[in-house]
Structures are given as structure tokens and as C-alpha cells.
Design a protein around this ligand. Structure first.
Ligand code: ZN
Length: 239
């Protein structure tokens, strides 16, 4: 089997797995993979991730022109914007995963770091996630907003919409998207319970041990033994 046909099978297999576990519903969600010659494969418009056909995936050249297969997802600009700023990205997954969407609507999240470090695997597979403001579906401004992050994030969360996550290959992108969703679920389970998060020293240890991007360490100042904190939203009670 050629590398491309293997990738086509993998897109369909991961798509079905995510769909069957309820990570994205109906015809929502899309997947893309960058091929070694610069062409890409992406899931077609109005297709369910639960029943993709390897032969009908959209194949595009590096400028986004359709080479073969069905018409590509209308959310292609999300993918091309993230690829443009993440030269090391080999694949991107975008879902409408429930817990991630829910977190994007909380009033007290930090747009520069949506989820604080709660588990080691979240730090290792996802790192920091940026919040991108709400835009109407199809609005080209969302791609500009992603490009505006200038490649500092491999994962972004579109407010009231869902995550867009890049990985070095398809497996890494899928696993990071799932880890983000599980962490969003934890964040909601712990909402208002003042959980003990990882400390700065614990995050620094992961960064050093696994050679991670160290920007994640700088979100907490002061005592290295201190845990990260979930910011509190101050409501205006006297209005
Ligand atoms: Zn979407």
C-alpha cells in the first residue's frame, strides 16, 4: 500500500473512531493531512466523520486547488491558516467536541491559555491553547485571527464553536485533540471546586524531561511549589 493510500485509510479510521465516541456529531468536524510533496488530503464538505470513503477524500494542491475527490470542507481556511503558521504540522483535526465548546463559553478563561496545566499528558500532548473570538461560520476573519497568533500555538479553541489542533502527524493531532477534550471535561467537573493543579516546578520538570516548549512554564509567577490557579471571574453584583 502506498503512503498516500495508508493515510487515506487512517483518516477514515480515526474519523470513525472519534465520531463513534461522540467527539463530534452529524456532519461536523474535519481532518486534513499534509503530504510530503505539498499536496493535502482533507475530508469533504457535508461528510460525516463516521462514514468517510478513502477514495472520495478531497485531494488539493498546495494552493488549495481540488485535484481529485469530492469538494473539500468549507472550513478549509481554518486548516490552511494553522498550517501557514506551523511549518512542522503534518495534520490538523477540527471538532465540535462538547466539553471544549463549553469551556470556550466560560467567562473566566484566559484567552492566552484556555486550560491550566491539570495533568501531565495535557502538558505533554497539547501545551497551551489560545482562545479565538467567535466568528460567523465561513467568515474569513477567523483565519486572520489564527494567523495573528503567529504560530505560538499548535492548538486553538474557536469560541462557541470548537478546537482546531495541529500535530506532527495525524496520530499526534488526533491524540492532542482528544487530550484537549478530556482536559476540558475535567475543567468543567472541577468548576468552582478550587482544584489543586500542577505546580510550576512540576510543569518545569515535564518541560525539561520531555524537551517541551517552555512558554507554558511562564504562566505562574512566584513560588515554584505554588500551583497554577484558575482565574476567578469577578461579577458585577451591584449593577
Ligand atoms: Zn467547525
Amino acid at each position: 500500500m502506498s503512503h498516500e493510500s495508508e493515510l487515506r485509510e487512517m483518516i477514515c479510521r480515526f474519523g470513525r473512531s472519534m465520531f463513534e465516541r461522540g467527539l463530534t456529531a452529524g456532519s461536523s468536524g474535519n481532518i486534513s493531512v499534509r503530504l510530503s510533496d505539498g499536496d493535502w488530503l482533507t475530508t469533504p464538505t457535508n461528510s460525516s466523520l463516521g462514514c468517510l470513503d478513502p477514495a472520495r477524500l478531497s485531494k488539493l494542491d498546495k494552493d488549495g486547488r481540488l485535484l481529485s475527490g469530492d469538494a473539500p470542507t468549507k472550513e478549509l481556511p481554518l486548516h490552511s491558516a494553522l498550517y501557514a503558521t506551523r511549518k512542522d504540522a503534518g495534520a490538523i483535526v477540527h471538532l465540535h467536541s462538547t466539553h471544549s465548546v463549553a469551556v470556550s463559553m466560560l467567562p473566566d478563561i484566559d484567552p492566552a491559555n484556555v486550560l491550566p496545566p491539570m495533568t501531565a499528558y495535557h502538558v505533554m500532548r497539547v501545551g497551551r491553547t489560545a482562545l479565538v473570538p467567535y466568528y460567523r461560520p465561513g467568515d474569513p476573519a477567523v483565519a486572520d485571527a489564527i494567523r495573528g497568533l503567529a504560530g505560538r500555538y499548535s492548538s486553538v479553541l474557536l469560541a462557541n464553536h470548537g478546537p482546531v489542533v495541529a500535530g506532527k502527524d495525524l496520530e499526534a493531532a488526533v491524540y492532542a485533540t482528544e487530550e484537549l477534550e478530556e482536559t476540558a471535561k475535567l475543567r468543567l467537573l472541577l468548576h468552582g471546586l478550587n482544584p489543586r493543579l500542577l505546580s510550576r516546578a512540576q510543569v518545569q520538570d515535564l518541560v525539561t524531561h520531555f524537551g517541551l516548549d517552555d512558554s507554558i512554564v511562564n504562566d505562574v509567577r512566584g513560588n515554584p511549589e505554588e500551583s497554577y490557579v484558575i482565574p476567578h471571574h469577578h461579577s458585577h453584583e451591584c449593577e
